[in-house]
Ligand binder design. Structure first.
Ligand SMILES: Cc1cc2nc3c(=O)[nH]c(=O)nc-3n(C[C@H](O)[C@H](O)[C@H](O)COP(=O)(O)OP(=O)(O)OC[C@H]3O[C@@H](n4cnc5c(N)ncnc54)[C@H](O)[C@@H]3O)c2cc1C
Ligand SMILES: NC(=O)c1ccc[n+]([C@@H]2O[C@H](COP(=O)([O-])OP(=O)(O)OC[C@H]3O[C@@H](n4cnc5c(N)ncnc54)[C@H](OP(=O)(O)O)[C@@H]3O)[C@@H](O)[C@H]2O)c1
Ligand SMILES: Cc1cc2nc3c(=O)[nH]c(=O)nc-3n(C[C@H](O)[C@H](O)[C@H](O)COP(=O)(O)O)c2cc1C
Length: 578
């Protein structure tokens, strides 16, 4: 669950309960009341840098800042892409809070800073005192890798670790709170306390990660053709009355409810009835309700896997777990969910309490918003591929995508909260060109960007690269895209339908074909945006971008890499990939 290299391990159920209860809120007021008073000008500066893709680290950074203020410190919160290397090297008191993305990679907003700091051995951080909080998910092989790398790098460059790193799993609230309450007094040690201006600590927003807004699902329609090999749907969620607003480029996080059929099958498989009352955050509720609403029941946790291996004595599973061969384990688990594992060993029974203790809390899922908040202030549009596949003799469904597709309706609230993405934004200068690469569901934020440019009557060229499997079945939003072309909002459109011919054609092939024109727009200060699949598409698009810059800019590979890096620094090459 939560690992740490100090002795502050938090037992699983305690952490789960803390997560469910959100007890951090109470702690703030306690500390605020106990703060001393003195001159604000003398307060010690501390920098809180966060690397975040969907807002979790950013939200912890704000929690840390509130507690820091209450301890007489003067915190400044910065996203990692908001600080230059020189300024970074001058920091004396530093807190790093970062998640990990991709396969053990930095979140996008941390990448540039990391590349510089990790490459330059001459940086001397002897005057820096620091601590790292790493956010991650134990279901990934490289758990909390980004935080681990920051921690090791800062130490190597001479900085003094003031408090050991804590690596948090998805239920990070309790561990994050523990880290904050330990590190802040150490940072404040010897510092002059200041009067706490309670207005400066900010009143918590009414709705957010800890208190999702109950939105109303007002539209759910199929975008792909009914006979397509995939299912992509358009959703609209009303946020009327929430006082919330969003920008094109932001993400909406949806808190799903599990499929009741799946929880019923699991209850049967473990030998329970579903009526067993067990406490969840101190509230007694039947097992069926906890499984429906509070726990991840599709993807098995490591703890559950270990327990199934131990109880079953199954040689294959035990050997796999003992071998530490993550690739083999991943391939064993591919397409196998918790129920598959339980059905594989039908003799295995669990009490409700035993079983719940082996589960992880149910997580929200992030979705790139496909509408402009200016054009649609009261609704949020989403473009979501429903995850459905058949394996191990059963139909499987992705938790959140099919919660929206099959379960949610106008009568049941869809709990959601926003994650702002400050860099994934339509350029402020309405005259600058915008190049958008978004195959599949990757088109989502670009629908929002086009609406935004139209709303702003922006003159800059908009160029979209889109593709999917078959033009006849998967050209989602075709009518809207063609209307945008007619209105002149979308000046250029390049399509790559991969399965309409023998040889696959992808968006990066279209980019290469139009390399000269694309490079010319980059030279005019154009922005280059990518959204969609992180593992294959985004990597190949990145390679194509480097190649076309080298060819059309007549640059060496190193010079092209520098060109791309400069675009990243200028926030003109930004990605929203998953
Ligand atoms: C910042 C961000 C923005 C995003 N934006 C969008 C968006 O705009 N639109 C969108 O559709 N998604 C988007 N996603 C992805 C989204 O968050 C979810 O991951 C996705 O909807 C799947 O969630 P789920 O709960 O339906 O599936 P889950 O219950 O999480 O199941 C997914 C898991 O099922 C298994 N699986 C999936 N397919 C197969 C298969 N064929 N065979 C075997 N096993 C399989 C894999 O283990 C996979 O990890 C975004 C993600 C991020 C981080
Ligand atoms: N890890 C995986 O194996 C896998 C597979 C599918 C989807 N996903 C996930 O599904 C989500 C996105 O799904 P989606 O339905 O929006 O789109 P998608 O599955 O990414 O497919 C959209 C289009 O991109 C094409 N494509 C495949 N590989 C590509 C590459 N290397 N470069 C450029 N284009 C490529 C697809 O072609 P073809 O399908 O014809 O090759 C298809 O035409 C993401 O979360 C993604 O990570 C993952
Ligand atoms: C596409 C994707 C990839 C991820 N990769 C990793 C990973 O390699 N290692 C890890 O520990 N966590 C991984 N995570 C989990 C995130 O780090 C975790 O959800 C974190 O709380 C996100 O925080 P953020 O909102 O600040 O970005 C991944 C999450 C997603 C959605």
């Amino acid at each position: 669950m939560t690992t740490t290299n100090q002795s502050q391990n938090i037992p699983f159920n305690e952490a789960q309960q803390a997560w469910l209860g959100g007890f951090f809120a109470g702690m703030h007021s306690h500390i605020l009341q106990s703060a001393g008073s003195a001159d604000a000008a003398n307060a010690r500066n501390i920098s809180i840098l966060y690397g975040s893709q969907t807002g979790n680290s950013e939200s912890v950074a704000h929690d840390a800042a509130q507690v820091a203020k209450a301890h007489g410190l003067n915190p400044s919160i910065l996203s990692m892409d908001e600080i230059e290397t020189d300024a970074f090297a001058q920091i004396e008191y530093l807190l790093i809070i970062t998640s990990t993305y991709g396969e053990g990679e930095m979140p996008d907003n941390a990448q540039m800073l990391w590349e510089t700091i990790s490459a330059d051995d001459t940086i001397d951080l002897a005057n820096m005192q620091y601590s790292v909080l790493a956010l991650g998910d134990t279901s990934y092989d490289l758990f909390c890798q980004a935080g681990i790398e920051w921690d090791q790098r800062l130490e190597k460059l001479g900085a003094k670790r003031l408090y050991d790193r804590i690596d948090c799993d998805v239920d990070f609230d309790a561990s994050a709170e523990s880290w904050i309450t330990n590190i802040i007094p150490l940072m404040a040690d010897g510092a002059t306390a200041i009067t706490i201006d309670s207005s400066a600590t900010g009143s918590a927003a009414k709705y957010g990660r800890k208190n999702p807004f109950p939105g109303k699902l007002v539209a759910n329609r199929l975008l792909t053709s009914p006979d397509s090999s995939k299912e992509i749907r358009h959703y609209e969620i009303s946020i009327a009355g929430s006082e919330l607003s969003y920008e094109a480029g932001d993400a909406l996080n949806v808190v799903p409810v599990n499929c009741p059929d799946l929880s019923a099958d699991i209850i049967k498989a473990i030998g329970c009835t579903g009526d067993e009352d067990e406490p969840v955050n101190g509230v007694l509720m039947p097992l069926s309700q906890s499984l429906n609403e509070h726990f991840e029941i599709k993807l098995p946790s490591k703890e559950l896997l270990d327990e199934i291996a131990r109880r079953s004595g199954d040689q294959e599973l035990n050997n796999l777990l003992a071998s530490g061969d993550k690739e083999k384990l991943a391939s064993y688990l591919w397409g196998r969910d918790t129920l598959d594992l339980l059905l594989q060993f039908p003799e295995m029974q669990f009490s409700a309490a035993e079983f719940l203790a082996l589960l992880k809390p149910l997580q929200h899922r992030a979705y790139s918003i496909s509408s402009s908040g200016k054009a649609n202030p009261e609704t949020v549009h989403l473009t979501i591929g429903s995850v459905r596949y058949h394996s191990h003799h059963r139909d499987h469904k992705g938790v959140c995508s099919t919660y929206l597709a099959d379960l949610a309706d106008e009568t049941s609230p869809v709990r959601c909260f926003f994650s702002p993405n400050k860099v994934f934004r339509v350029p402020e200068d309405d005259n600058l060109p915008m190049i958008m690469v978004g195959p599949g569901t990757g088109i989502a934020p670009f629908r929002a960007f086009l609406q935004e440019r139209e709303f702003r009557k922006a003159k800059g060229i908009n160029w979209l690269f889109f593709g999917d499997r078959n033009a006849a079945k998967d050209f989602i939003y075709q009518d809207e895209i063609e209307a945008m072309q007619k209105k002149g909002v979308l000046a250029k459109l390049d399509l790559a339908f991969s399965r309409d011919q023998e040889e696959k054609i992808y968006v990066q092939d279209r980019m290469r074909e139009k390399g000269g024109e694309l490079f010319a727009l980059l030279e005019q200060g154009g922005y280059f945006f990518v959204c969609g699949d992180a593992y294959r598409m985004a990597k190949d698009v990145d390679k194509a971008l480097h190649d076309l810059i080298a060819v059309h800019g007549q640059l060496s590979a190193e010079q092209a890499a520098e060109y791309v890096n400069q675009m990243k620094k200028d926030k003109r090459y930004v990605r929203d990939v998953y």
